[in-house]
Each structure stands twice: as structure tokens, then as C-alpha cells.
Ligand binder design. Structure first.
Ligand code: AMP
Ligand code: MG
Length: 420
């Protein structure tokens, strides 16, 4: 009986978009919310809509230093026939205004309340002041000029920030502008991370032959911190099945996600996959992307309970772990935190280089924006060359089997979008 050869049958590769949608479909928002001071809420995700109890601004305000008037009182004012009005009151910001008597002007300052009856502010540069009590105008102003209307920014009872919004500095300012001193946010996502590889040493330790520094710890810790996660760093775990299983069990107890780095291929020294299979369940995905082909996703049981922690295993190569984190782990974590808007914005930009041969995988090329607004490519696109990620401003998302010709418009995802 003849046997059919089984070698070299590659597992089918998943498209990047398919892998991402599978990952995001599995992400459930963590339970639990907390009330935090608005001042401390940067990068947190709103657990509830923020509704404004007031109009902003709460009254009509002047947007200039000048004079509040009735525009009709200045009808016909010209250089040759200026109109002079008595100054009936002075209104600094933060002080109440009296109704404006007809045929008078009120001295007013930026941010001050426009007095009832006035419909226009004339900036002080356009006014001729003779003394404190009289002011002349040589032009007829357009009615409504230099007034910010009550509610121009925000209407009372409107939702200014919907649940699921990730709080940027601007969003914090907006919440504060309607008087919110505290905000209801989703609790922080708890992430345990560890690194596999007997070759790894920490900076500060001597580097014996065969060893390298654990650079991924620094990149990934900083990325997790930016996302506002609560991180437990379990350090470097030896390339052994028992040690890997033991660390997974420990990590599952108090964390929503276990993130590992390295050891996720199917070599003899790669113990992460069998360890997760023994402690939970796993799907290994060969993703049709470069860098970063292998990505493992699954779950680890929490002791004897029915609950489990999510698991994501990143490849060890520094550029691969960086890119897979940005493209997969970041949106997954944002979803766990209840974030609605997790996709990075993609820009259409001109390639100022050519790349003759397309790869059969979806490439994420490290590129930089040049002074003429096009993109230059880093010369060494190896997944071990971390320099490319510092040199570059972002990733060109190049579809499979696509050669790039100079001048072509490509899809560019800036790092700034992937690290927000
Ligand atoms: P692995 O995914 O474990 O097969 O590792 C792939 C490559 O990445 C190997 O050259 C490792 O030495 C390297 N590598 C793995 N983990 C790290 C790390 N934490 N920091 C830097 N390089 C790493
Ligand atoms: Mg390894």
C-alpha cells in the first residue's frame, strides 16, 4: 500500500481583516465601572453617556474687548459722520450685566455677559474713545458681530460624549465645560504579560554568548500603559512546558487578558501553544500578514471556576510583536474596555518609492512621511530590525501580491493613529 506524502501542506492563512473581525467578535466588555475625577480620567472609556445640564456658553458672551451696542443705534455711522454714544456701564468677565439703555454703549470684555438689549459687539480697535463716558463709532457694524450665542457650543440636555468614548484631553475639557467633576468609566482592563525565551536578558544584566535583550518588554509595556491597562508583568518564563503552564494558571486568576510574547510557533522550543491547550483552549492562526504571521488566540481557565481569561500569543520577533500588538491587541483591548471606535484612521498617500515584487501576504511596511508629503520606505523590512519602527511614522497596509510603483497612492496608517 502506498502512502501519500503529507509534508509541506501549509495550514490555510487567514486574511488580516478576517482575523481581526474574529478577534473583535470574541471580545466582551469587562464588567464593572467606577467613578473617577475628571482630572484623572484621561484614556479611560465612558461607561455612560455624558449629558449636559446647561447651555455652553450659559449666556451670550462677548468674544472681543470692545463695546456692546444695539446695531440700529449705529445705522449710518461713517468716517465723516461718526455716531457717538454715552457709555452706560462697564462689564468685565464674571460680572452681571444690566439691560442696555437705548442709545448707549456698554464697555465690555472678552468672555463677559452681553447685556440684555445689546445685539452686537464692536471691537475696541474700531471705537474712538474720547473719555470714560463717551465713545464714537465710524462704521455701522453687522448685527450679531463678536457675540458667542448662548448654547453655541453645547445645548442643554444634549449628549456631549456617548458611552464608549475614550477620553482624550479634549473630551475631558468638554466634560468639564458642562461642570462634570467626576465621570463614570469602565474599570481598567487587567492584563498579565510574560515573555518566553531562554535567550532573553534584561537591560542591566550581562549579555553572555547567545543572549539578547528583552526589548519587547519595553515596547509592549509602554503600549499597554498608553491604553490605560492595569498591567502585571510576570517577566521572562523559561522555555519549558511546566513553567509556561504554571505561569498561565497564575496569570488567569486576576486578569482579563494574558498576553505572551515569543514561543508561539510550532518548533520544539515553542511551548506556549501546548501550554495554553492544556490549561484552556487555543486557536492558532496563520495570518496572511508580514511581519507577524503566527498569532495565537484562546482562553485559559480560572482555577476550578467556569470563567476564563482571554489569551493572545504574539510572535517574538520585535517588529512582529509591535505590529501585531498595534493591529490586533490594541483594538481587542479597546473593545474589552467598552470602546466603540477601535479602527485606526487610514490615509491615502503617495509612495515615493517602488517595490517591484508583491509578497503573497498582506505587508505592513515601515514608512516615513517626507517633506513633499509622500512616503519613503525603510530599506530593511526584516521583522528583526526594530530600527525601522523608530525611523518610521507608520505602516503602509499593502495588500497581498501587490507591487508598488512610484507615485502610486497607498494606504498609510500613522503610528499616531495606532497609539491613540
Ligand atoms: P520566537 O517567537 O520565540 O520564535 O522568537 C522569534 C525571534 O524573536 C527570536 O530571534 C527571538 O530571540 C526573538 N525574541 C523573542 N522574544 C523576544 C523579546 N522579548 N525581545 C526581543 N527579541 C525577542
Ligand atoms: Mg523563542
Amino acid at each position: 500500500m502506498s502512502s501519500t506524502p503529507t509534508a509541506s501542506r501549509r495550514p490555510p492563512m487567514l486574511a488580516t481583516s478576517e482575523a481581526l473581525s474574529r478577534l473583535l467578535d470574541a471580545a466582551r466588555r469587562v464588567e464593572g465601572r467606577e467613578r473617577v475625577a475628571t482630572l484623572d480620567a484621561q484614556n479611560r472609556v465612558l461607561a455612560a453617556d455624558v449629558t449636559s445640564p446647561l447651555d455652553v456658553p450659559p449666556m451670550h458672551t462677548s468674544s472681543m474687548d470692545g463695546y456692546a451696542v444695539r446695531a440700529a443705534d449705529l445705522a449710518g455711522a461713517t468716517e465723516s459722520a461718526p455716531v457717538a454714544l454715552p457709555v452706560s456701564q462697564r462689564i468685565p468677565a464674571g460680572h452681571a450685566a444690566e439691560p442696555l439703555a437705548a442709545g448707549t454703549a456698554a464697555r465690555i470684555f472678552t468672555g463677559a455677559t452681553v447685556p440684555p438689549g445689546a445685539d452686537t459687539v464692536v471691537m475696541q480697535e474700531m471705537a474712538q474713545v474720547s473719555d470714560d463716558r463717551r465713545v464714537a463709532f465710524a462704521q455701522t457694524p453687522a448685527a450679531g458681530e463678536w457675540i458667542t450665542r448662548q448654547g453655541a457650543d453645547i445645548r442643554r440636555d444634549s449628549v456631549i460624549l456617548p458611552a464608549g468614548t475614550r477620553l482624550t484631553p479634549q473630551a475631558l475639557g468638554l466634560a468639564a465645560s458642562v461642570g462634570c467633576a467626576q465621570l463614570d468609566v469602565v474599570r481598567r482592563v487587567r492584563v498579565a504579560i510574560f515573555f518566553t525565551g531562554d535567550e532573553l536578558r534584561m537591560p542591566g544584566e550581562p549579555l553572555e554568548p547567545g543572549a539578547i535583550y528583552n526589548s519587547n518588554r519595553f515596547t509592549l509595556s509602554a503600549l499597554l500603559a498608553k491604553l490605560g491597562c492595569d498591567v502585571t508583568d510576570l517577566g521572562i518564563v523559561p522555555d519549558r512546558l511546566d513553567a509556561t503552564r504554571e505561569t498561565l494558571r497564575r496569570a488567569a486568576i486576576d486578569h482579563d487578558l494574558i498576553l505572551t510574547c515569543g514561543g508561539v510557533s510550532v518548533g520544539e522550543e515553542d511551548h506556549v501553544k501546548p501550554a495554553v491547550e492544556a490549561e484552556g483552549r487555543i486557536s492558532m492562526w496563520q495570518i496572511a500578514m508580514k511581519p507577524g504571521k503566527p498569532l495565537a488566540f484562546g482562553a485559559v481557565r480560572r482555577g476550578a471556576s467556569v470563567s476564563e481569561a482571554y489569551f493572545i500569543g504574539l510572535p517574538g520577533n520585535p517588529v512582529s510583536s509591535f505590529c501585531t500588538f498595534l493591529l490586533f491587541v490594541r483594538p481587542f483591548l479597546l473593545r474589552l474596555a467598552g470602546g466603540e471606535n477601535v479602527a485606526p484612521r487610514v490615509y491615502s498617500m503617495r509612495a515615493d518609492f517602488s517595490q517591484k515584487k508583491g509578497d503573497r501576504r498582506n505587508e505592513f511596511l515601515r514608512a516615513r512621511v517626507n517633506e513633499s508629503g509622500g512616503l519613503d520606505l525603510f530599506e530593511n523590512q526584516s521583522s528583526a530590525v526594530l530600527t525601522s519602527t523608530v525611523w518610521g511614522d507608520g505602516l503602509i497596509d499593502n495588500p497581498p501580491n501587490h507591487a508598488i510603483s512610484e507615485g502610486e497612492i497607498v494606504r498609510f496608517i500613522p503610528f499616531s493613529e495606532l497609539m491613540r
